[in-house]
Ligand binder design. Structure first.
Ligand SMILES: [Zn+2]
Length: 115
């Protein structure tokens, strides 16, 4: 029934993985939040009224430390895309890890069948 030799899973999965990653740029890992900050100018109406000024902050972790960076408004769409791409990249990594286990199991099954 299963006499047909399976294509090399390893090669197929690796090229699929790399193809998927190749389309994922820019990438980032972290979160983007809109906050309200005072500008420090005297007699600024939005600040006096408590509305302050909208600003975007990118929060990420490096070596166990949580870091923040100000994000210029015109960079927000690109950074959002980078974070979404980063999530897809992490999902691809998770699938690849499961694939390592699955491949090993299939290899063993093939060997015991004498393939
Ligand atoms: Zn202000």
């Amino acid at each position: 029934m299963h006499m047909k030799k399976k294509p090399s899973l390893k090669t197929d999965d690796q090229s699929k993985f790399l193809d998927e990653l190749a389309g994922l740029w820019p990438v980032a890992k972290g979160s983007l939040a809109e906050v309200r900050k005072p500008c420090g100018r005297k007699n600024c109406v939005p600040c006096l009224e408590g509305r302050k000024h909208p600003a975007f902050i990118f929060t990420f972790r490096r070596s166990g430390k949580t870091l923040c960076r100000h994000v210029p408004r015109d960079l927000v769409p690109r950074l959002r895309q980078a974070i979404a791409n980063g999530r897809r990249m992490e999902e691809a990594l998770v699938r690849a890890g499961e694939g390592v286990i699955l491949l090993n199991r299939l290899d063993k099954e093939n060997r015991t069948r004498g393939a």
